[in-house]
Design a protein around this ligand. Structure first.
Ligand code: TYM
Length: 335
């Protein structure tokens, strides 16, 4: 019996941060043994907002190395770069032709990004979720582990699969499998360090708003020292009036490996002056193995290139099989 499949990805834009790690990478690592895994660096998605070619290239390598540094094992998982498997772009075109435009103009992330960008919003930004559907559906994916912000994109992916199956498949032989999102409660939405009501994001102009996975101990110390808190003594989870408190306790809980109850009890009488050094120490310790492994990966000549080369070959094999079926189902003349 073949294992069920997992597909997920992240964009090589900016510096990967704690949100990416807790909402995504960490959960990919945990499932590796039970699934057949595909983890993609989605460079075509990173081009949907204005970008610098040199930065895109280096961000792509850095993100792939960070996947490995976070614990993804290239022996057990296929790690690859999206643009190196041409089926993704091809499949997107086929899906474009069956996706109503209003499904795309309704997407929250599109509206937010388009508003931020102002004029000259590219067609690629509108089409972003269709490319994402192609990513996932090409692999006949069972499960997609993501942070909460991707929920709407996953719903759209299922809508596109359903529409395609309805138009060109049959009840007995659907062309695409319907994937399920996997959004883990802990870490599904890590908030900004400078505003506990906004999610931690690569696009926030303030570096102080996020902790990057490759931040040095000094940077982590500085960011936690300066992060937003409140004037109340005694720390608690789930008080809507104290979003920063909830977020920081949540980070401490995950990285300390303690239960929520244990953390609530431990911190109930603490002030920020006592909690901040504790959190800082826990984060530095928790991220240390990732930084060390990252240095090993990038210092081993040729290693990353080999992983990505093998990854794109394996991914292309799986993706092309589905693309072939989809083209034939849509009536394209097959050679
Ligand atoms: P991206 O690069 O924005 O984010 C990568 C992953 O990190 C999660 N994430 C967060 N989780 C918790 N708290 C946060 N503050 C936080 N910020 C980001 C995201 O939910 C995501 O899981 N569209 C995707 C990339 C993509 C993709 C795919 C994902 C393209 N094709 C196919 C899954 C399957 C994105 O924007 O990732």
């Amino acid at each position: 019996m073949s294992k069920p499949r997992i597909f997920s990805g992240a964009q090589p834009t900016g510096n990967p941060h704690l949100g990416n790690y807790l909402g995504a990478f960490r959960n990919w690592v945990e499932q590796q043994e039970a699934y057949e895994n595909y983890f993609c660096v989605v460079d075509l998605h990173a081009m949907t907002v204005p970008h610098d070619p040199q930065e895109l290239r280096s961000n792509t390598r850095r993100l792939a190395a960070l996947y490995i540094a976070s614990g993804i094992d290239p022996e057990r998982s296929t790690i690859f770069v999206q643009s190196q498997v041409s089926a993704h772009a091809e499949m997107t075109w086929l899906f474009n032709c069956i996706t109503p435009i209003n499904w795309l103009t309704d997407m929250i992330q599109y509206k937010e990004k388009a508003e931020r960008q102002g004029e000259n919003v590219g067609t690629g930004l509108l089409d972003y979720p269709v490319l994402m559907a192609a990513d996932i559906l090409l692999y006949q994916t069972d499960v997609v582990p993501v942070g909460e912000d991707q929920k709407q994109h996953l719903e759209l992916t299922r809508d596109i699969a359903n529409r395609f199956n309805h138009l060109f498949g049959s009840q007995e032989q659907p062309v695409f499998k319907l994937p399920e999102p996997l959004i883990r409660a802990e870490g599904k939405r890590v908030m900004s360090l400078t505003d506990g009501t906004k999610k931690m994001s690569k696009s926030d102009p303030s570096e102080l708003s996020r902790i990057n996975l490759l931040d040095s101990p000094e940077e982590i110390t500085k960011k936690i020292k300066r992060c937003k808190t409140d004037p109340i003594r005694g720390l608690e989870f789930d008080n809507l009036e104290r979003p920063e408190c909830n977020n920081l306790l949540g980070l401490y809980q995950i990285f300390s490996g303690k239960t929520k109850q244990a953390v609530a009890t431990e911190c109930a009488d603490m002030g920020w002056g006592q909690f901040k050094p504790l959190l800082t120490e826990t984060l530095i310790e928790g991220l240390k193995p990732i930084r060390e492994r990252y240095a090993e990966v990038v210092d081993t000549p040729g290693y990353l290139d080999t992983v990505l080369q093998q990854g794109s070959e394996r991914a292309a094999e799986a993706a092309n099989a589905t693309l072939h079926q989809a083209k034939a189902a849509m009536g394209l003349l097959m050679p």
